[in-house]
Write a protein that binds this ligand. Sequence first.
Ligand SMILES: O=C(O)[C@H](O)[C@@H](O)[C@H](O)[C@H](O)COP(=O)(O)O
Length: 242
Amino acid sequence: MTDSLVLVHPDAGTTAQMIAGRLLAAVQEALALRGTAHVALTGGSMGSALVTALADHPAVSVVDWSRVHLWWGDERYLPSGDVDRNDTQNVDAGLARLPLDPAKVHHVPGPDDSESAEAAAAAYERALRVSGGGAWDVVLLGVGPDGHVASLFPGHPAQLRDDALAIAVHDSPKPPSTRVSLTMGCLSRSREVWFVVSGADKAEAVAKGVAGASPAESSAAQVRGLERTLWLVDEAAASQLT
Ligand SMILES: O=C(O)[C@H](O)[C@@H](O)[C@H](O)[C@H](O)COP(=O)(O)O
């Protein structure tokens, strides 16, 4: 397991801009080395802020976006296009401005396109296996105040599952209650894991995550990148780090 590195930025805006620059560089490098790149995006406030910063970045066109596969670490099980879906929020935040290959933007099916969250998770897992997802270059993870990442909540039965790449999550403490998530094991099969967090309400979750708290206290603390684990945070979110 790799150690975590914490990089602190003055505020949420500069955090998003620095993540965007770092992501451009990571994707450019993955394309040069392997010809393709697999990135798992995140929902939540920072998830969309960094997508906006990416689309606005002066060097955004350096990357050949047609070779980049985009996935989501988790999705709220809602119909496609629903404004509360993570992908809809990311698309509206700026993904729509990137010259992506639609066949390489891998949405989790919603109830309009699958019989159940289990069926959606199975379809997502099939897409992962067919397209080489699951061998991530970068997994981006927002962190909830309760320490959850993706839709893996501390103490929830789905939290530590490693028997699949993608699973249905029911009774989520954060609405909506039904979700589809990559498993802890799948998230951890990434060269790099970046926790992207801002705000004072996340300070305790950041401190516990960085300190390696138990599963009962933190899902974030259970995920590590194979080569690198970064906490990209603002000063408010870093305020309880010792
Ligand atoms: O459905 C969601 O909202 C995401 O899957 C979730 O994992 C999110 O990334 C964190 O809860 C942080 O979200 P905020 O940055 O909005 O607090």
